[in-house]
Design a protein around this ligand. Structure first.
Ligand SMILES: Cc1ncc(COP(=O)(O)O)c(C=O)c1O
Length: 465
C-alpha cells in the first residue's frame, strides 16, 4: 500500500479512521485472510466468520450434552434453552417487539421465502414485485400463478437501477379488492446494491398490502430496526451476516401477517395433535407451526454467538467502513480509461456511496469499447487470489435491465421449439447473441480494508491498454 494514497483516501474519507477497531479485529480474528494472501471481495455472496465465533461454539459443544429439543429430558431442555435464547436474541438484534414479531428458523433466506410462497393466500389477490429481486423472491410468483393471483413486476431504470416510483405508486394504489395482496422488494439489491426506500413499507400498508422485505443483502452491513419500520415478512440468511454457521436463516414475521398463511402440510414438530384414523391435525401456535422436523439445534447457538459478535463491533462502524471504501472504489474504478479514451468499466447502479451498499457491479471493456466476457475477468482475478462474483447473481430482472436484454429477445428465445423443456446457460448465451450475459460484482464487507480495495484497483489497472 502506498502511504501517499492512503493519506489521500483518509483526507477524502476521514470517517474511515473511526473504523480502526475493525483493523485490530481483522488481525486477531480474521488472520487467515492475510496469512493466505486472500483479497476477498464477495461479501454479498457470503460473510466471513471470526475465529473466535468458532472457538466459542466449539467450546459450548465440547463442554455440554445436548439432546433433541422435542422432549423434556435434561439434555433436551438444555438444547431448548439455547434455541429459545437464540430466537429471542434474533428479535432483540432487529429491535423487534416480541408482541408483534416472531422468529422462525429456516435453512436460509430462500427457505424463509418458500414458507411465505407456499402458504400465502394468493387466490383472487395480487403479487407485486420489483424487477430487482433475487430468484427466491421471483420464484414465489409460481405459487401466485398456481393459485390464480395476478403477478405484476415494477421495472428498475438505468443507470442507477432504482425503481420507477410513479409506476410503483400506481400499482400500490390498486390492490385486489377481493383477495390478499403481497408486495415484495429487497431492502438492498444483490445486483446493483441500491438500497430501495424503506418508506415503501408504510405506503404499501396504507393501501392494504402485506410487505415482504427481503433483507438478505441489507443486514450484513446495515441496521434493520423493526421498531421503526414494520414489514410483515423479513427473510435473512445468517452466514451472509457473520459467516458461520451456514445452513441457517430466519423468517422474521409479524404475528398478524402469519395468521393469514395456510401451511400446505404438517410435519414432525409443527402440530399439537395429528391423527391417522381421525384424518385430522392441529397446527402448533407460533413459530413451531412453520419449523418442519427437528431444528438444527447444535448450530442454532452459533447464531446467537454471531449476533453478539456483530453487536460488539456495531453497525455504525460496519456501515461507515463499507461506505468509505465503496466511495473510494467507485471513484477510482469508474475514472479508469484506456489510452484510446474508452472507459474501462460501465457501472450498473449508483455512482456514489449514498443510498447504496458495498457491492459494485460493472462490466469491463477493452480499448475499442468491446466488452470483456465476465468469465474472463473472473479467471484473471482468480490468478491473483481475488475472490469476486460474476454472472447475474440469481437476479435476472436486474440483469436483463443492466445488460439491455429486451422482452422481445427473451420471448423469441423462450418460445423456440428447441427450448421447450430445457435450456442451458450456453443456449441462453446463444439466444442473446452479441450481448453480455452477466457482469462482475466486487463486494465490500465488514472486514474489508484499504489494501483489499487497492489490490483490486491494481488488478483493474492491469487491464488498461
Ligand atoms: C437479496 C437476496 N435475497 C435472497 C438471497 C437468498 O439467500 P440464500 O441463498 O442464503 O437462501 C440472496 C442470496 O444471495 C440475496 O442476496
Amino acid at each position: 500500500m502506498s502511504a501517499k494514497e492512503f493519506q489521500t483516501f483518509l483526507e477524502q474519507y476521514p470517517a474511515y479512521a473511526q473504523t480502526e477497531s475493525i483493523d485490530l479485529l481483522r488481525k486477531k480474528d480474521y488472520a487467515r485472510l492475510d496469512a493466505g494472501e486472500h483479497i476477498y471481495l464477495d461479501y454479498t455472496g457470503g460473510g466471513l466468520y471470526a475465529e473466535s465465533q468458532i472457538e466459542k461454539h466449539q467450546k459450548l459443544l465440547s463442554e455440554n450434552v445436548f439432546g433433541n429439543p422435542h422432549s423434556s429430558n435434561p439434555t433436551s431442555q438444555a438444547a431448548t434453552h439455547l434455541v429459545e435464547g437464540a430466537r429471542e436474541h434474533i428479535l432483540k438484534f432487529f429491535n423487534a417487539d416480541p408482541n408483534e414479531y416472531l422468529a422462525i428458523f429456516t435453512s436460509n433466506a430462500s427457505g424463509a421465502l418458500k414458507l411465505i410462497g407456499e402458504s400465502y393466500p394468493f387466490a383472487s389477490g395480487r403479487y407485486l414485485l420489483t424487477f430487482d429481486n433475487h430468484n427466491s423472491v421471483n420464484g414465489i410468483r409460481e405459487f401466485a400463478h398456481a393459485r390464480g393471483g395476478e403477478v405484476t413486476y415494477i421495472p428498475v431504470m438505468l443507470p442507477d437501477m432504482r425503481v420507477d416510483a410513479s409506476q410503483l405508486n400506481l400499482e400500490l394504489a390498486r390492490p385486489a379488492q377481493t383477495g390478499h395482496n403481497l408486495f415484495a422488494y429487497p431492502a438492498q439489491s444483490n445486483f446493483s446494491s441500491v438500497k430501495h426506500p424503506l418508506e415503501w413499507i408504510e405506503l404499501a400498508h396504507s393501501y392494504g398490502w402485506d410487505v415482504l422485505l427481503d433483507a438478505a443483502a441489507f443486514v450484513p452491513t446495515s441496521k434493520l430496526d423493526l421498531s421503526v419500520v414494520h414489514p410483515d415478512f423479513v427473510p435473512v440468511s445468517f452466514y451472509k451476516i457473520f459467516g458461520y454457521p451456514t445452513g441457517l436463516g430466519a423468517l422474521i414475521a409479524r404475528k398478524s401477517a402469519l395468521a393469514k398463511l395456510h401451511r400446505p402440510w404438517f410435519a414432525g414438530g409443527t402440530i399439537t395433535v395429528a391423527s391417522v384414523q381421525g384424518d385430522k391435525y392441529y397446527l402448533a401456535d407460533g413459530a413451531p407451526a412453520f419449523e418442519d422436523g427437528t431444528l438444527d439445534y447444535l448450530n442454532i447457538p452459533a447464531v446467537e454467538i454471531g449476533l453478539k459478535h456483530i453487536e460488539a463491533i456495531g453497525y455504525d462502524v460496519i456501515s461507515e467502513r463499507v461506505k468509505t471504501l465503496t466511495g473510494w472504489l467507485l471513484q477510482n474504478l469508474t475514472a479508469m480509461k484506456h489510452a484510446s479514451g474508452e472507459r474501462l468499466v460501465r457501472l450498473f447502479g449508483p455512482n456514489s456511496s449514498e443510498g447504496r451498499g458495498g457491492a459494485v457491479t460493472v462490466n469491463f471493456y477493452d480499448q475499442h469499447g468491446q466488452a470483456f466476457d465476465h468469465r474472463f475477468i473472473e479467471s484473471e482475478a482468480n490468478k491473483v487470489n481475488i475472490s469476486l462474483r460474476t454472472g447475474c447473481f440469481c437476479n435476472p430482472g436486474a440483469g436483463e435491465v443492466a445488460l439491455e436484454i429486451s422482452r422481445v429477445e427473451l420471448d423469441v428465445c423462450f418460445t423456440s421449439p428447441t427450448h421447450h423443456d430445457k435450456m442451458t446457460i450456453d443456449d441462453f448465451r446463444l439466444c442473446i447473441d452479441g450481448k453480455s450475459s452477466g457482469a462482475v460484482r466486487i463486494s465490500i464487507g465488514m472486514v474489508t480494508n484499504f489494501n483489499d480495495v487497492q489490490a483490486f484497483l491494481a488488478f483493474a489497472r492491469g487491464l488498461l491498454k
